[in-house]
Write a protein that binds this ligand. Structure first.
Ligand SMILES: NC(=O)c1ccc[n+]([C@@H]2O[C@H](COP(=O)([O-])OP(=O)(O)OC[C@H]3O[C@@H](n4cnc5c(N)ncnc54)[C@H](O)[C@@H]3O)[C@@H](O)[C@H]2O)c1
Ligand SMILES: C[N+](C)(C)CCCC=O
Length: 485
């Protein structure tokens, strides 16, 4: 079986596809069947050198273009992504196993939004004038130089664009290393950017495992590293970047709380819990996997949740009716099944799901545990799969303390009709992305990122510009300069 829209080689460097079969082979597996659909090769040291040298050489010329010129290319790329939405969504589905029903509305479209938004912003990135009597200071907003983007496997197109678009808008060049589990889509993003007019060397893609990422992070010619990945990888990459005093953005994992008060609209709350636990088969960093439900409505909530989950269409991801697909890999499926066994061993009440489906591919159905307590492993550790833990509460202050009692701080949500309470709760959350009567919305206009162990920096919105540029100040003296001797 081969994927219908395969890229033509493993890497994209200096404006062209390039292959070097000396690099270790990486098989690309279609999660719905377990079949190999493509093979790419990890970047060799020679290719890493070629990419770094090319991206460094391209950066001054790219930065010297006006913001309007840079932005025009990014916006043209956004248009091409939208025109090719079907082809890209199919590729994303083969890469990740996520249903086409999802990828056709959430992935290339989100990438296009980022390219359009930062493309539109490129021409507005200016410094300021600060008058100091006769003298004055002006500031220049300058690019950082060469940025490295390293991606996770759950949103390959989105992650490449969320990192690439602001980096390029600010006048940087980028080398992007996709996850070895989903290497295909970022190559298409690079191809489309060049079709839109991007100069060679400005956006490059290198394949490989952690060691290729590490070689990029530690190279002294790299100025910034933006990682999307797990907390353990984040600690390693952050530490390596610190050795070179490099800028970082860390988009890491979470174990986010979703609090449902007894005055909430139950149907909306169930929708929020579904979106925050089972979209992308639960493989979403910001998922609200600790669902605190007020005791008074717990059984009503579980009844409606069970009924709604029974209508999930689990199956062939390419069938447009399918609303729930497989885990991305056999490895991830095994990790999630292990957590499910831990939940059973800890005597949480299994409401639904709880075992691998008897079919080809890496399928675990939506799984809900009730009567979960704060100390259980399934309530403390990131599972990154379709496993919801439902915990009881009665008191607002108590549930807030429990919600924040975690090393993570990526996202948090609250469902209530009492808007004063909603804003109080949102203010009290130790999390970077919060939701009131909703869950997991991530428009490009809003900052996205975590606090505590969940990360450093923000993607999207005007905030991202601060993480891909730096301000230089220039003091201008208008009169004579006095000195003590
Ligand atoms: N906060 C966010 O925006 C966000 C989004 C998606 C996923 N995630 C998180 O990502 C994790 C799942 O993704 P994953 O399994 O691909 O994560 P991972 O940490 O295993 O890998 C992420 C990337 O880092 C690379 N890598 C590994 N070791 C490295 C090293 N020493 N130096 C440089 N690069 C290295 C990998 O090759 C991969 O490309 C989950 O924890 C999830 O919460 C976070
Ligand atoms: C757009 N989502 C669904 C919030 C995903 C953001 C990236 C996290 O995995």
């Amino acid at each position: 079986m081969t994927c219908p829209t395969q890229p033509t080689a493993s890497h994209f460097i200096n404006g062209a596809y390039i292959e070097d079969t000396a690099g270790a082979p990486i098989e690309v597996i279609y999660p719905a069947t377990g079949e190999t659909i493509a093979t790419v090769h990890a970047a060799t040291p020679a290719l890493i050198e070629q990419a770094i040298a090319g991206a460094r050489a391209a950066q001054p010329t790219w930065a010297a273009m006006t913001g309007t010129e840079r932005g025009r290319i990014l916006r043209r790329a956004a248009d091409i992504l939208r025109e090719r939405n079907h082809e890209l969504s199919v590729l994303e589905t083969y890469d990740t196993g996520k249903p086409y029903q999802e990828t056709s509305v959430a992935d290339a479209t989100s990438g296009a939004d980022a390219l359009e938004y930062f493309g539109g912003m490129a021409a507005t990135l200016t410094g300021e004038h600060i008058q100091l009597g006769e003298d004055w200071v002006y500031t220049r907003r300058e690019p950082l130089g060469l940025c490295v983007g390293i991606g996770a496997w759950n949103y390959p197109i989105q992650i490449a664009c969320w990192k690439g678009a602001p980096a390029l808008a600010c006048g940087n060049t980028m080398i992007f290393k996709p996850s070895e589990t989903t290497p295909l889509c970022a190559l298409k993003v690079a191809e489309i950017l060049h079709e839109a007019g991007l100069p060679a060397g400005v956006f490059n893609v290198l394949q490989g495992l952690g060691e290729v990422g590490a070689a990029l992070v530690t190279d002294p010619r790299v100025d910034k590293v933006s990682l999307t990945g797990s907390v353990p990888t984040g600690r390693k990459v952050y530490a390596a970047a610190a050795q070179g005093m490099k800028h970082v953005t860390m988009e890491l994992g979470g174990k986010s709380p979703l609090i449902i008060f007894d005055d909430a609209d139950i149907e909306n709350a169930v929708s929020g819990a579904i979106l925050g636990n089972f979209y992308s088969s639960g493989q979403v960093c910001s998922n609200g996997t600790r669902v605190f439900v007020h005791k008074a409505i717990k059984e009503a909530f579980l009844d409606r949740l069970g009924a709604r989950l029974s209508s999930a269409v689990i199956g062939d991801p390419m069938d447009p009716n399918t609303s729930f697909g497989p885990m991305v890999s056999e490895r991830q499926m095994t990790i999630v099944l292990d957590y499910i066994e831990k939940g059973k061993a800890e005597c949480a009440r299994l409401v639904c799901g709880g075992a691998r489906l008897d079919r080809e591919g890496f399928y675990i159905p939506p799984t809900v545990f009730a009567d979960v307590t704060d100390d259980m492993v399934i309530a403390r550790e990131e599972i990154f799969g379709p496993v919801m833990a439902v915990l009881d509460f009665e008191d607002e202050a108590d549930v807030m303390a429990r919600a924040n009692d975690t090393e993570f701080g990526l996202a948090a949500g609250v469902f209530t009709r009492d808007l004063a309470r909603a804003h109080r709760v949102a203010a009290g959350f130790e999390a970077g992305a919060c939701f009131i009567n909703s869950y997991n919305d991530a428009p490009v206009e809003a900052p996205f990122g975590g606090v505590k162990a969940s990360g450093v920096g923000r993607e999207n919105s005007k905030a991202a510009v601060e993480h891909y540029s730096q301000v230089k100040s220039v003091y201008v003296r208008m009169g004579d300069l006095e000195a003590p001797f």
